[in-house]
Write a protein that binds this ligand. Structure first.
Ligand code: AMP
Length: 427
């Protein structure tokens, strides 16, 4: 499919697509739109950044325009993703004065949401927990829901939303068109699809959950606390926006403070931040007032900041699949991007399985003899004898090199230990 014009979409919707400069459908959109517009239920496995929001958004808006009195519910696992979807859906309905949208996410003012829901919006974009709050308070009406989307289905399950999803299902009309979007299609996701969808068409776009090919992936072997020193070099050698993924909330805060003390424009997001703080950080990053965003995996999916040039895995992800989601923040929609992963001695095994699973070329570890599925032999990485590269400190701030080195030493000395933590605490 070469153009949206082939789809006989409502004129107001075509006008909106032109306004946002969408002329040619992405692969995901080309594969899903004709079926979605026909009214089919869809289970779609597609990489993040492949244009899935418009893939489900276009048939919804087309349907709402052509069948007045119907409504849509879009469920997303994180507030950031829900807000991003809301903004995109608003752009699609900008020429439809009769269509209203409500964003129903945790951490935001519930009274204001109630006022918005009282106006009977045709589109509700929600996170499951907050939607349940409104269901219990009887402040949301789902009886006209003709279209349902579960976005990032795998993520919803990872985040433990199964009970909430089961509950929401009870309040939805049986006769509806549902679609599920997911980056991975595990047995659990299939089960979810079985519960929510009716005779769905299964669509897999591209290689299943493989990193986008235009991302240049590399690895830096580094020992524990050296990471705080090395990150400065990595940042100084690169220009453009950077997301740095960190394993825990505490380490994220520490890295944020360290980078700030070195004069970098940096923001941070993690699960302990208030919604206001999270929004502010993402706004700063999106607008470029913060060049660097330090984040836990809460920001790995859904965050669509078109100008991200580099992703740095300061810590490797705890779930292998998150590697793809993290690095998928760069190279969005065909752009180029770079992903750098720090791999410490303790990470050898985890890295090797990520590299094997995602067939990452040219990122072998040096001096490492860990066999996957076999015995783990002691690694000789970075022990005495490894050649140390001469460093140059090119920072934009005015601190002297001696002060800079002293700070670097302190940063390393005070760095929190990279202990293994439970996944739930890490977000
Ligand atoms: P998504 O996967 O929905 O987060 O989309 C990833 C990025 O691709 C977003 O910045 C979209 O605005 C952009 N995008 C999606 N579809 C198209 C299209 N057909 N033409 C141009 N840009 C698109």
């Amino acid at each position: 499919m070469d153009s949206f014009k082939e789809l006989a979409l409502a004129p107001e919707l075509m006008q909106a697509l032109e306004k946002i400069n969408f002329s040619k459908p992405t692969k995901t959109q080309a594969a899903t739109l004709p079926l979605g517009l026909e009214g089919k239920d869809l289970a779609v496995c597609a990489a993040t950044g492949s244009g899935k929001t418009a893939a489900f958004g276009i048939p919804i808006v087309d349907g709402l325009i052509k069948k007045p009195g119907t409504a849509a519910l879009i469920l997303a696992p994180t507030r950031e993703l829900a807000q991003q979807i809301t903004v995109f859906m608003m752009s699609l309905i900008q020429f439809c004065p009769d269509l209203k949208i409500a964003s129903v996410v945790g951490g935001a003012d519930i009274r204001r949401q109630m006022n918005g829901l009282a106006k009977n919006p045709q589109i509700i974009v929600a996170t499951p927990g907050r939607l349940i709050d409104h269901i219990k308070r009887k402040t949301v009406n789902l009886k006209n829901t003709k279209y349902l989307v579960l976005d990032e289905g795998d993520r919803m399950l990872d985040m433990g939303f199964t009970p909430q999803l089961d509950q929401i299902l009870k309040y939805l009309p049986k006769k509806r068109q549902s679609s599920l979007y997911t980056a991975t299609m595990s047995m659990k996701v299939r089960h979810l699809a079985g519960q929510y969808l009716s005779k769905p068409e299964a669509i897999t776009v591209g290689e299943r959950s493989m990193p986008v090919k235009s991302i240049k992936q590399s690895v830096i072997q580094v020992d524990g606390k050296q990471k705080y020193e090395k990150i400065l070099d990595v940042l100084n050698e690169r220009s453009g926006s950077v997301i740095i993924f960190v394993k825990t909330k505490r380490r994220t805060d520490f890295l944020f403070k360290t980078l700030k003390s070195f004069g970098y424009e940096v923001a941070a997001v993690h699960g302990d931040k208030t919604q206001g703080q999270r929004n502010k950080a993402i706004k700063q990053f999106r607008e470029g007032t913060a060049r660097i965003l330090c984040a836990t995996d809460v920001a790995a999916r859904g965050l669509d900041v078109p100008q991200v040039e580099h992703v740095i895995n300061f810590d490797l992800p705890m779930m292998q699949e998150d590697y793809v989601h993290r690095i998928g923040r760069t190279a969005r929609n065909g752009a180029a991007g770079e992903a750098v992963s720090f791999v410490s001695v303790e990470d050898h095994r985890a890295w090797l399985s990520i590299a094997k699973k995602y067939q990452i070329p040219g990122v072998e570890l040096k001096n490492v003899s860990v066999r996957l599925g076999g015995f783990k032999k002691k690694s000789s990485l970075n022990k005495k004898g490894s050649k140390k590269k001469k460093r140059s400190f090119k920072t934009s701030h005015s601190k002297s090199e001696t002060q800079f080195k002293k700070k670097k030493r302190n940063a390393m000395k005070n760095a929190p230990k990279n202990k293994k933590r439970r996944r739930s605490r890490a977000r």
